[in-house]
Design a protein around this ligand. Structure first.
Ligand SMILES: [Mg+2]
Length: 216
């Protein structure tokens, strides 16, 4: 875990979903595999050939952008898949219930956080997948705002998504903290918007963040 910046007063916590509110390698992998498999079928390529093209595009993009990472959503857009198509594929193919289960530890940590600040999720999945994921984890009712791929039809990192989450929480951006597992996608832009930012290794870091918040 790495704390980049903390506001003096916190009224909103803006979480990434995958790798942040749960840690599950197989589910994370499933999400990539089903999308790449669909794209491969559309292009008449093998899965391996399609994945090779995607990996190569991301590698070249990172090289041209000082080592920054590109989300799979933005990679698919660059490869000619319209964002509405990406939204449909994700809604249809991604299956959180097959991998995740209620997390009572997460629930107790988030409940305590909710006493201190409003909770939001900003995710590169559509809102229906985000709701199903939070519901499966047993924490949907704790969140006051969900901003998804279909909210503005843009993929993170995008300023609109983070600012909308703050607005929905009725919090000023400078009183929010973005919490996520990918610096380039979840943290860098919120820091530029004046928000706090905490990079996590996974859901197991959340109790430590609660301790930090309780001491502010
Ligand atoms: Mg993530």
């Amino acid at each position: 875990m790495k704390v980049y910046h903390l506001p003096n007063r916190v009224s909103g916590l803006i979480f990434d979903m995958d790798g942040t509110l749960y840690t599950h390698h197989e589910y994370a992998e499933h999400q990539n595999v089903v999308l790449i498999r669909r794209l491969a079928a559309l292009r008449g390529l093998s899965y391996e050939a399609m994945k090779g093209q995607i990996d190569e595009y991301r590698r070249a993009w990172a090289q041209a952008h000082g080592g920054e990472n590109l989300s799979l959503g933005n990679t698919m857009a660059a490869l000619g898949i319209p964002i509405d198509e990406s939204i449909r594929w994700r809604s249809e193919l991604i299956n959180p219930e097959a991998f995740l289960a209620p997390d009572t530890g997460l629930r107790s940590t988030l409940s305590a956080m909710k006493d201190l600040a409003g909770l939001a999720v900003v995710t590169n999945n559509p809102i229906d997948i985000a709701r199903r994921t939070l519901s499966t984890l047993g924490v949907l009712d704790l969140f006051s705002a969900i901003v998804g791929l279909d909210t503005f039809r843009v993929s993170k990192p995008h300023d609109k998504s983070f600012l909308k989450a703050a607005e929905d929480l009725q919090a000023r951006p400078e009183n929010c903290i973005a919490i996520g597992d990918r610096y380039d996608i979840d943290i860098a832009l919120p820091l530029k918007l004046g928000m706090g930012g905490i990079l996590v290794s996974g859901v197991e870091d959340l109790p430590q963040i609660l301790t930090i918040l309780q001491k502010l």
